[in-house]
Structures are given as structure tokens and as C-alpha cells.
Write a protein of this length. Structure first.
Length: 463
């Protein structure tokens, strides 16, 4: 797919961008590797001022950056501004914490003859990041900030529908004082990913995207013995127990499913409701969804944006139709969405059973799957009956009981009385078909470093 800016609200293609050529790719890898050789020699306090400057610039020009996001992928402007702020917060997290997180570690040894054992954390080199369109700034920030702090350099292959976001972020880093080659955007076709990964100077790849893309890239990385991290899809369970505060829970459910038009890997896609309150929840939830106002994402009054493209909208509509063919009930909710733009009518799916393929699918749009559970044990079983394992939530008036229940849910993240959250100081990642590896905090900081042992031993040789 060609790199192009197509406004999801108007359908107008505003600008196209040529694919990177073989010479562009070779030059970018060479520059990234050369920059790495000097960047890695700087101390962490010498590297992190660039991150702070990037955070400052993001906040200073928040509206302009947000408008680029909204223009290219359709996110409502307030959410786009929140994404810019989140990106700034991620940069600042690593400004404040990288030195401590990467500090040398004295290892406790059982025998003095083992010497003074120290674990140090050193950068690997050039890393390739393959990122999606749904959070075009945040996705870059959460891989770029820790890797730059650690001393690596980064090549970016962004989604084809957000090329101006990719260019804007590259310029941001240059304006922040990052040397050329520290972060390079490449309009890289899918067919050229292997060319990058087979280069011995490229040390690993981090991908956020679909299962299909993840499997393909992981296989290519393994072929060349390169490390990979994958953050893939999700079908987060949203468990509502019988004692939950219904008003609060419904409000969070409406938000948790429909922010970013439902195009979030950790949005609340499967709502599992205790049968004692199922009817009351469904009634209130339907009313809450119906109240959402769809429209121009640049309009502050808009609450529901178009999807990122007409292709994406058509795919979701086809998913709904197939779910109905297999026995599900689909109810369209609210005023009719605009005919202009890549909109999908908010839809509630009920009567979805495990023999329906939709039961195990991820719906990347404003589609809510409502499931009934007879008790808490069945709710957990339904939550775990998924190919995915990214996030999830439990709503109850007893947070400590919710905490114990959360331990039984097989995902990378579970929240009690809140939908899955994305913050600068919380880790992100999943299990099962949602991928492997973690981003953010010290976990993300250490994904692409060499954990090197240095042992100072001063004993006589045994012979």
C-alpha cells in the first residue's frame, strides 16, 4: 500500500509519498549505525536532555501536532491532543528514571572466589520499529524514548496512512537536538522489511500491529537471529460483577469501548456481565452509546470519530454481517452516523456463542460484544476463553476481591474499576496471541540492551 495522507472524514487524498529506494534504505542504515557509534559513548545524562527538549516541543506545539494526527487517521482532536501529551510524558519518564534503571548492578555471589560480579546494561545498536496508525505519535514515543535513553538508534517503518505524522516526529527529534541518524523515518514497503533485518548492523525489531504482520516479521527476525518484540491484537474482557456500581461502570464501559472510535488494542471489546444485572446494564449501556455524537473529528463537539479509512470501516461492517450470519444479534444504536466519512454505526452484538467465529475475533471499531455470566467463576472462564491476552478489567464494589479475581485472568494487564489504561509510568504488553515483550518502564528500556556480566576475580589458578 502506498504511503499517502487520506482524510478519513472527507475521503480526500491530500498527499502521496514515494517508497524508500534500495539506496535510501542502505544510506539510512549506514547513518543510523554511524550515529550509534557516537551516541552510545555519551553518558545517560548527556543523552536525556534531547528527550526533555522533545517533550517541551511537543507541549509547546500540541495543537499543531494533534491536527496532523486528526487529519491523517481521524482521531477526535481532544484525543489527539491527549496523545501528544502522553508522548511528552513518556519522554520525561526516561529523563527522570533512565540513569537509575540502567545503573550497574552488583550481584550477590555465594562464594568469594567468584569475585566481584557486576551486571551492566549496554545498547545493542540499530533497532527497527514497525508501528501502526491508531496512535501515530504515542506508538513512536514508547519505543523511541527508551531506546535513545539506552544508547540505541532507531529506524521507523510507520503505517502507510500516517506519513506526515512520521515526518513530523522525525523533524521533532532533529529540532530537539538529536543527531541525524538517531531516529530516521523510512517509507519502507512491506517487501523491503527483510532487507533491513538481514543487515548485520540492525540488531532487532519492535512491532506493534496485526497477528499476521507480527508472525511474518518475527519469522524474518528469527531467520537472521535478531531479537523481536511484538504487541499485537487484543479483545479485552470487561467483567461486571453483580455488586458493581452500575452508573459508574456503564460510563466507563461506553468510554472504554468507543475512545479512538474503538480502534484500540486495549479497548473493552468483550463485556461479560453477571446475569443478575445483565438486563439493567444492557439498557443503560445502550442508552449511553446512543448518546454519542458522531461527526467531524476537528469539531470539539464530536464524540465518535470516523475509522481510519473506508477500507477499515468496510472490514468492520463485513465482520458484523458474518457474526449475524452465524447466529449473533446485531443492534445498531444512536442517530445515524454521517454518510460522509469512514463511519461505522455503533453496534451492540448479543447472543454470540463460542461456535460463532466472532466470539474469538477482534472488532477494531465501535462494536460491543455483550456476554452473560451466571457467576464470577464463569465470568473468568469466559474472559480466559480467548486467543488474546492483552488487557482487561473487573468492576466491583469490593476492590480487594476484584484484585484476587484479576489474578485469575490470563492477560498482561488487568485493571480494577477502570478500563485498561495507557500511561507513561505503567508497563504495556500481553501474552498468548497478543504478543511478547514489554514496552515502557524499565521493562521496555531493557528489551534491546546487552545484559553483560563483568566479574573481577583475583585468585590463584588451580594448576
Amino acid at each position: 500500500m502506498a504511503f499517502a495522507t487520506t482524510n478519513p472524514y472527507t475521503g480526500e487524498t491530500l498527499k502521496t509519498f514515494p517508497d524508500a529506494t534500495d539506496s535510501d534504505i542502505a544510506a539510512a542504515i549506514t547513518l543510523a549505525d554511524n550515529t550509534f557509534k557516537s551516541w552510545r559513548e555519551l553518558t545517560i545524562p548527556q543523552r536525556t536532555p534531547v528527550l526533555q527538549k522533545a517533550a517541551d516541543l511537543l507541549r509547546k506545539d500540541k495543537r499543531r501536532f494533534a491536527e496532523i494526527i486528526t487529519l491523517e487517521m481521524g482521531k477526535i482532536l481532544a484525543e489527539a491532543e491527549a496523545e501528544v501529551e502522553l508522548s511528552a510524558a513518556i519522554f520525561e519518564y526516561y529523563v527522570k528514571h533512565s540513569e537509575k534503571l540502567l545503573a550497574d548492578e552488583q550481584l550477590p555471589v555465594a562464594d568469594p572466589a567468584e569475585g566481584q560480579a557486576v551486571l551492566i546494561h549496554q545498547p545493542l545498536g540499530v533497532i527497527l520499529a514497525i508501528e501502526p496508525w491508531n496512535f501515530p505519535f504515542y506508538q513512536i514515543a514508547r519505543i523511541l524514548a527508551p531506546q535513545l535513553a539506552a544508547g540505541n538508534t532507531l529506524l521507523l517503518k510507520h503505517a502507510s496512512n500516517v506519513p506526515q505524522c512520521a515526518e513530523a516526529f522525525q523533524q521533532l527529534m532533529l529540532d530537539a537536538g538529536l543527531p541525524a541518524g538517531g531516529f530516521t523515518n523510512l517509507f519502507l514497503p512491506h517487501t523491503k522489511i527483510e532487507d533491513v533485518l538481514k543487515d548485520p548492523r540492525v540488531q532487532g525489531v519492535a512491532l506493534t500491529g496485526s497477528e499476521t504482520a507480527g508472525a511474518s516479521v518475527a519469522q524474518t527476525a528469527a531467520k537472521y537471529l535478531k531479537k523481536s518484540t511484538l504487541e499485537l491484537g487484543g479483545a479485552d474482557a470487561f467483567l461486571v460483577l453483580a455488586d458493581a456500581d452500575l452508573e459508574k461502570t456503564v460510563n466507563w464501559a461506553v468510554f472504554g469501548r468507543h475512545w479512538n472510535a474503538g480502534q484500540v488494542c486495549v479497548s473493552s471489546k468483550r463485556m461479560i456481565i453477571n446475569e443478575k444485572i445483565y438486563d439493567a446494564f444492557l439498557e443503560k449501556y445502550t442508552a449511553g452509546v446512543a448518546a454519542l455524537k458522531a461527526g467531524d473529528p476537528m469539531d470539539p463537539a464530536t464524540q465518535l470519530a470516523p475509522l481510519s479509512s473506508q477500507r477499515a470501516a468496510d472490514a468492520v461492517k463485513q465482520q458484523i454481517a458474518k457474526a449475524v450470519e452465524q447466529g449473533a444479534t446485531a443492534i445498531e444504536v444512536g442517530e445515524k452516523v454521517p454518510t460522509q466519512g469512514a463511519f461505522v454505526q455503533p453496534t451492540i452484538l448479543t447472543n454470540v456463542t463460542p461456535d460463532n467465529p466472532a466470539y474469538y475475533e477482534e472488532f477494531f471499531g465501535p462494536v460491543s460484544m455483550i456476554l452473560k455470566a451466571k457467576d464470577d467463576e464463569e465470568a473468568v472462564n469466559i474472559a480466559n476463553d480467548s486467543h488474546f491476552g492483552l488487557g482487561g478489567s473487573v468492576f466491583t464494589s469490593n476492590p480487594q476481591y476484584g484484585y484476587q479475581l484479576a489474578k485469575k485472568i490470563t492477560t498482561g494487564m488487568v485493571y480494577v474499576n477502570h478500563p485498561t489504561m495507557v500511561k507513561a509510568d505503567l508497563p504495556f504488553g500481553g501474552v498468548k496471541r497478543s504478543g511478547y515483550g514489554r514496552e515502557l518502564l524499565g521493562l521496555g528500556l531493557k528489551e534491546f540492551v546487552n545484559h553483560k556480566l563483568i566479574d573481577i576475580v583475583d585468585i590463584d589458578a588451580p594448576f
